[in-house]
Design a protein around this ligand. Structure first.
Ligand SMILES: [Zn+2]
Length: 675
């Protein structure tokens, strides 16, 4: 093929695939394939215009950006002494300090020109990062326009809320951090995570010109928040004569708060607040002298794999639990850790008798993260159990035996991806767990796992619906159950008969159907009858129109309902399941919205505003749609809405409605119920 023709062909291909990515979010080829087309074109014709007029912005990761203000790394510390040293030596004479949680995500620099988002770049080497503007614009709280026409660089960390990670991504990646950088750097919107699931937390701002007149960093954070309109990570000021004591105290507070915090954090950053003092101290070749990144004490440690037990869970997944030599990690002695699934055992290439690295974070079950190869006798020595008694064990080596039969019911197991599964719905283990999950979700605190096991053993219950047929004398006849506890249990069962549809769906304990997903599904169908009809038709597709529910979850939910149809029908006769209430607060309550076209804010942000005002979001235009919000280049959805006679709003119309909403909310006087 003549070169000119090939160039023409490559340029066409770049244009075509870029169009799919930008305007249709429907990539046909992988990033790697796109890169090879791009590279070939660049080699043949480096000046080809298609390489330079890349839509509005370059494709994430293809362009290096030199940081006008280098993103330096910070000096690190892990102990109380490090904080004392920082205050009394490194920054001696410092008067006021500022602390912020050290967020564990991906660092990002946002460059604004005259208040407009000009470019977003990753940290990279600190001197040079990568242009990721396209993806950064998807992040819900990164404004494309600031409240003031300033020229500045806002620095911060992009993080994923742990709730979203748990709900949508924990099967995809071991931690939210990897997803953050992947989501920012993906080229074709085909990464593991959506950038719209990320949040930006600012910690610094630098002005290119005309900085506000301030003397302290904390004033800049206030300025960011109140004048510019970007939310900084929370901060705290220390200004006593010997602040190190309170600063150490503060790290302890964060250690306690960490497991329940919204985002993953790995420490606390301390900085001198006075900007002139910072200037005087300057920086070493590696880091500024006025800041300290204090990291939480290590939550990793080494031990030896002694044995592996297999347990069947509520969903039928058979998981390996590793028995290890006792090891202190994150403040507790651990002897059992999870190995997740068969795939993980294979990935680690682990054998009995291997030395392993374990990690434990907050409330999470400790896990093995690395295989260090065969252990020696020395690795077993000097260990004590949690009660202080000395651990005695000898080193045994061997393969991990992967079971073929269910450890609970003995039926043959099947492999599903990385998981070993017992598919028998009446499997003892599954029934125990399903019943336990039901009782826990519906807050029947008096009915724990032991009681459920006893009831199963006696044959008093075989399914969840049998719970509602239990009699007082049956429960009272069990060992250790008196008259009073039996009465309590019966009362609890009785008072759990009434529930909302979302609670019912959640309590059934299907994989990946947590409270949020259950609520979204319940609001979509409103009644259980609708769900049963839908399941009988066996078409998962209609469920994917619900925001946050993809093909996979829709399929899991459909299969879950089909498997449980007889259980559900039985349960209906014992329960009172109320139809799901769709939020009736706000002016948009009861109305469905679809949002299309290009808008001045990320679509996700607009969706949130509509939902806050009580509206429901759908992704397609149909006869039940009330309002289509159409931005520029709205396309087929707009013509379809017009042909159906559906009301169409511009973004301005939507905004003015939302402003009315805010005014009404502010104007209405508080009643006693508001307090
Ligand atoms: Zn089984």
């Amino acid at each position: 093929m003549p070169e000119a023709e090939r160039i023409q062909q490559l340029a066409e291909a770049v244009r075509y695939h870029r169009e799919l990515y930008y305007n249709h979010a429907a990539p046909e080829i992988s990033d790697a394939d796109f890169d090879s087309i791009w590279d070939e074109l660049k080699q043949l014709d480096p000046d080809n215009e298609v390489l330079h007029q890349v839509g509005p912005e370059p494709l994430p990761g293809t362009l290096k950006v030199e940081h006008m203000f280098p993103m330096m790394s910070l000096d690190k510390g892990t102990s109380d002494e490090d904080i004392v040293h920082f205050v009394t030596q490194s920054t001696t004479g410092g008067i006021q300090y500022l602390a912020q949680p050290k967020l564990d995500g991906s660092a990002l620099s946002l460059e604004y020109i005259a208040g407009n988002l000009h470019r977003a770049a990753t940290r990279g080497s600190g001197e040079k990062g990568e242009d990721v503007t396209l993806n950064a614009k998807q992040v819900a709280n990164i404004p494309t326009r600031l409240n003031l026409p300033v020229d500045c660089h806002v620095r911060g960390e992009v993080v994923m809320p742990l709730a979203i990670f748990e709900e949508k991504y924990k099967h995809v990646s071991p931690n939210p951090r990897n997803l953050c950088s992947g989501a920012l750097r993906q080229k074709h919107g085909d990464g593991k995570a959506d950038a719209s699931d990320l949040i930006f937390c600012a910690y610094d701002v630098k002005f290119v010109k005309d900085p506000p007149v301030v003397t302290h960093d904390s004033e800049l954070l206030h300025f960011l928040k109140n004048s510019i309109g970007i939310e900084p990570a929370p901060w705290k000021i220390f200004s006593s004569s010997a602040p190190q004591k309170e600063m150490i105290e503060y790290t302890k507070e964060w250690i306690a708060k960490r497991p329940s915090y919204e985002f993953e954090i790995d420490g606390v950053v301390f900085k001198l607040d006075d900007l002139a003092q910072r200037e005087n101290l300057g920086a070493t070749a590696h880091h500024p002298r006025w800041a300290l990144a204090w990291k939480f004490p290590s939550q990793e440690a080494n031990s030896v794999l002694l044995d592996v037990d297999w347990q069947t869970g509520r969903t039928g997944a058979v998981t390996p639990v590793a028995r290890i030599a006792p090891q202190m990690v994150g403040g507790v002695t651990v002897e059992n850790v999870t190995l997740h699934n068969v795939g993980e055992v294979e990935r680690l290439g682990i054998r009995i008798g291997d030395k392993v690295t374990i990690t434990r974070r907050g409330d999470v079950i400790p896990k093995i993260i690395e295989n260090l190869g065969p252990a020696s006798d020395l690795d077993l020595q000097g260990r004590t159990h949690a009660d202080g008694s000395v651990f005695i064990g000898e080193l045994i080596t061997g393969e991990i035996q992967i079971p073929t039969d269910c450890p609970a019911c003995g039926r043959t197991l099947t492999m599903e991806g990385a998981f070993l599964r017992c598919i028998a719905l009446d499997c003892d283990a599954r029934t125990t767990r399903a019943l336990t999950y039901w009782c826990r979700t519906l807050e029947m605190d008096g009915i724990g796992e032991k009681l459920i096991e006893a009831l199963l053993e006696r044959g008093y219950v075989t399914t969840i619906s049998d719970l509602y047929k239990l009699t007082h004398s049956q429960i009272a006849s069990l060992e250790r159950m008196g008259d009073k506890s039996a009465t309590n249990a019966i009362d609890e069962i009785h008072s759990s008969r009434e529930m909302a549809l979302s609670q019912f769906l959640h309590a059934l304990g299907m994989p990946r159907i947590g409270p949020e997903v259950a609520t979204a599904i319940a609001q979509h169908f409103v009644s259980l009858d609708e769900i049963i009809n839908w399941a009988r038709e066996g078409e998962p597709d209609s469920l994917t129109s619900v925001d946050g529910i993809g093909d996979k979850v829709a399929e899991i939910f459909l299969q879950g309902v089909i498997e449980r149809l007889s259980l559900i029908t039985e349960l209906i006769s014992h329960l009172e399941i109320s139809p799901e209430e769709v939020s009736d607060l706000g002016i948009f309550s009861g109305q469905t919205f679809c949002i299309t076209g290009s808008l001045s804010q990320p679509r996700k942000r607009i969706q949130e505003l509509v939902k806050k005002a009580g509206g429901k979001i759908v992704s397609s235009v149909g006869p039940n749609l009330n309002i289509l919000v159409a931005g520029e280049k709205a396309g087929s959805k707009l013509s379809k809405a017009e042909s159906l006679g559906i009301e169409v709003w511009s973004e301005e119309q939507l905004n003015s409605q939302l402003t009315n909403e805010n005014r009404t909310q502010q104007a209405s006087p508080k009643t006693i119920f508001d307090y």
